[in-house]
Design a protein around this ligand. Structure first.
Ligand code: NAG
Ligand code: NAG
Ligand code: NAG
Ligand code: NAG
Length: 484
């Protein structure tokens, strides 16, 4: 049970809204020293510390689990969610309490979500190392109690996930100086990130994502931090340079905030596996080199339209483990570097909605693992040289539309895949421009009767071209924005 809980905490499911779910598993070194379940009650003479027993009754009552007060010795109760350890005098102490049903095989006591709270008696459990509340107070919103800070230097894991907590993060949590995992994901916390958290020098994983935290990210210095999730908040200001000293970072997700300032130069963070800075207001230029990031598997920077930079020619050289590269909607200029075709493990490449020009680099033919390629809404020209095998591998995950200079060579055999390519919105190299260049005027004045009588596919074609015109117009706005 304990193992599966830890596995759940340490499995960092990274939902990047791509077709492919992506999982990073922390290496053993980052795992917690959890209590050993099962072994705890081996000695039948042992008894639970009486003060702690009373505290557990209080905590259980406060979560709507009054049944527990009928259990004469809580450490012998053996319900999932409590773990105890003996001291040298054979007295048992509570080291872990967990609430909320994570999955069928981790059935911790559930809370009554309408009237549960965290009992202050929790501070009477001096041996507590793990405290876990999941979906507990959703319909009885309450702040995170500041008395949790009194759990002092013993607590190693504090998880308050999806509990509906409101208010700000109490400064007192900075007193939990032995924490390795602090997870406050998906609550309604507001205010800024307390600077006091920086006192937790052994922190491995900090997850404050999915709240309404505002203000700038403090100058965090956690020397052994490996996971930093601050995504989906209202954080502003620039990314602090101190983050670039967190040498053990495996994952950093700051996406969906209001961060500004330049893209950080992460080239020194050699352990990184996943970087997601998408949907902010970061600016260029691109870091000139990322060649130290040999472990990097996913780099996601899309939705930062103020970047307005060129992709450096050799910027991605040496990223031999990169699987996902998402650079959509960043106002990228110039041509696509040949070196992007030399990323042996690349499976997902999104370069859509930029102003990339020139042709598709021939090196792309060597991307044997590529299963999703978006180049749509750019200014690419020239023939598409992909093999039929590659096109069928990607099918509808190949998007080339709205590049008015792209075409395919009739002699290439790709004509047989016309269906796929027609949906991709490109035509023969030797025929005039495809349908989507129909002027906006024509679309808007199209006779309604004609529209009604036309076949469904023709109607959707018209809609498509209208959409493409709108996208073209918005691109023009973006260019103006970029130059200013
Ligand atoms: C806990 O932290 C607060 C504010 O960060 C501080 O004022 C207080 O003295 C600390 N308490 C203990 C018991 O360390
Ligand atoms: C945080 O939210 C509470 C209500 O939940 C509100 O009273 C308070 O003013 C908010 N604080 C900030 C800093 O936004
Ligand atoms: C972080 O440090 C920088 C430079 O040392 C300083 O200018 C900035 O105000 C600090 N930010 C915060 C939030 O303390
Ligand atoms: C591509 O765009 C860049 C800058 O936007 C420009 O300098 C260059 O001439 C363009 N190249 C081509 C082939 O159109």
């Amino acid at each position: 049970m304990s193992l599966s809980l830890h596995a759940t905490i340490l499995l960092i499911l990274i939902n990047i809204h791509l077709s492919m779910p992506f999982t990073v598993i922390l290496p053993d070194s980052a795992q917690l020293e959890g209590p050993q379940p099962g072994s705890s009650m081996a000695n039948s003479g042992a008894k639970t510390d009486l003060r702690e027993q009373e505290a557990v009754y209080d905590i259980m009552r406060a979560t709507g689990n009054g049944w527990a007060t009928d259990i004469p010795d809580v450490c012998r109760g053996r319900w999932h969610g409590i773990e105890c350890m003996p001291d040298k005098d054979n007295v048992y102490h509570v080291v872990s309490l967990s609430f909320g049903s994570l999955s069928d095989d981790t059935a911790f006591p559930t809370c009554d979500p309408t009237r549960s709270s965290i009992s202050p008696s929790i501070t009477k459990l001096p041996h507590l190392r793990t405290l876990f509340f999941y979906r507990c107070f959703s319909y009885n919103p309450q702040p995170i109690p500041s008395f949790l800070g009194r759990l002092g230097s013993g607590l190693q894991t504090l998880v308050l996930r999806e509990n509906g907590h409101i208010g700000s993060i109490p400064h007192e949590l900075g007193n939990l100086t032995s924490l390795k995992v602090l997870d406050l994901h998906n609550n309604n916390l507001n205010g800024s990130i307390p600077v006091s958290l920086d006192r937790i020098s052994g922190l491995n994983s900090l997850d404050l994502s999915g709240n309404q935290l505002s203000g700038s990210i403090p100058n965090l210095t956690f020397p052994v931090l490996s996971v930093l999730n601050l995504n989906q908040n209202h954080l502003s200001g620039s990314i602090p340079s101190t983050l670039l000293n967190l040498k053990f970072l495996l994952k950093i997700d700051l996406s969906h905030n209001r961060l500004s300032g330049p893209l950080p130069d992460i080239n020194g963070l050699k352990e990184l596996i996943l970087v997601d800075l998408s949907y902010n207001s970061l600016t260029g230029p691109f870091p000139t080199s990322l060649k130290n990031l040999n472990s990097l598997q996913a780099l996601i920077l899309n939705g930062n339209p103020s970047v307005c930079a060129t992709i450096p020619n050799d910027g991605f050289q040496g990223l031999n483990n990169l699987i996902i590269l998402v650079l959509s909607n960043m106002n990228l200029q110039g041509s696509i570097p040949e070196s992007l075709g030399r990323l042996p493990k690349l499976r997902v490449l999104h370069l859509d909605r930029n102003q990339l020009n020139g042709s598709i680099p021939p090196s792309f033919l060597k991307l044997n693992s590529l299963s999703e390629l978006r180049l749509n809404n750019n200014r690419l020209i020239g023939p598409v040289l992909f093999s039929r095998e590659m096109i069928w591998r990607m099918r509808r995950k190949l998007r080339l539309n709205n590049n008015f200079g792209l075409c395919y060579d009739a002699k290439s055999g790709l004509g047989d895949d016309l269906d796929t390519l027609f949906d991709a919105g490109i035509g023969h190299c030797d025929t005039p421009k495809p349908a989507s260049t129909v002027p906006l005027q024509h679309i808007s004045t199209v006779d309604e009767d004609i529209f009604r009588s036309s076949t469904k596919s023709a109607a959707s074609l018209h809609k498509l071209s209208l959409v493409s015109e709108i996208i073209q117009l918005s691109t023009i706005f973006l260019i103006v924005f970029c130059v200013l």
